[in-house]
Ligand binder design. Structure first.
Ligand SMILES: Nc1ncnc2c1ncn2[C@@H]1O[C@H](COP(=O)(O)OP(=O)(O)OP(=O)(O)O)[C@@H](O)[C@H]1O
Ligand SMILES: [Mg+2]
Length: 202
């Protein structure tokens, strides 16, 4: 197995890097898979944290999208920027699966439109992609309404598991993901998203 998964959303701060890093750590540390990450964000949050990444190789986007290397990596995660730069189309075409983190809110829904168009231009239906709701605040009616609208309006399926708004995710960059945190809910969320990702990738 050698799969490439890209995290894409045309909006800043929704949690792309957080989702990418936590899934990468989950598969590397919990599942003992060989995991690489590539940073397609010119601002380079991942590149900045290169020294913190343990047990995960940081490779170039060029290497990540040149060919799959089953001898080296089981999984490669490509983190992208909220801008539609030249590499995004190539990344989408190369990837086995795309995750689209979205906060359940109206403004974030607008960015989904742009992301869906870019995916539609570079993949055939049914899309190898899924929406992941992030920074979900419980007992928030606006959030629940936005979730329903997003599910209705877009042709990309939304995953059932989601990530809540949790301090553990804010800390996770420096602590091998929520894997090492004592926030059990955050660990369960990442595991559920990971399991669902594998199910959908089949
Ligand atoms: N589920 C969450 N709960 C709480 N805080 C979160 C969560 N996800 C992300 N954050 C916080 O939100 C901020 C933005 O997250 P992140 O950098 O992952 O977003 P991004 O989509 O990669 O942003 P950019 O588009 O700028 O690359 C960070 O401070 C991060 O710690
Ligand atoms: Mg980022």
């Amino acid at each position: 197995m050698s799969k490439t998964i890209s995290i894409i959303q045309q909006k800043g701060g929704v949690g792309k890097t957080t989702l990418a890093v936590n899934l990468a750590y989950y598969f590397a540390k919990q599942q003992n898979l060989r995991v690489a990450m590539a940073d397609a964000d010119p601002q380079g949050s991942l590149t900045v944290m290169k020294d913190f990444l343990t047990g995960i190789d940081l490779i170039s986007v060029e290497a990540a999208t040149a060919e799959r290397d089953p001898d080296r990596y089981d999984l490669t995660f490509i983190d992208t920027s909220p801008r539609n730069d030249v590499r995004l189309a190539q990344i989408i075409r190369f990837s086995d699966f795309i995750l689209l983190p979205v906060r359940p809110g109206y403004l974030d829904m607008m960015s989904m439109r742009d992301s869906e168009t870019i995916i539609a231009n570079n993949q055939k239906m049914p899309y190898r992609a899924a929406i992941v709701f992030t920074q979900v605040q419980h007992r928030n009616r606006v959030g629940e309404e936005a979730k329903e609208l997003i599910k209705e309006r877009f042709s990309i399926p939304a995953m059932e598991p989601s990530l809540g708004m949790r301090v553990a995710y804010q800390r996770s960059f420096y602590s091998e993901g929520v894997y090492n945190s004592d926030d059990l809910k955050a660990r369960e969320e990442i595991e559920s998203v990971a399991v669902e990702l594998f199910r959908m990738m089949q």
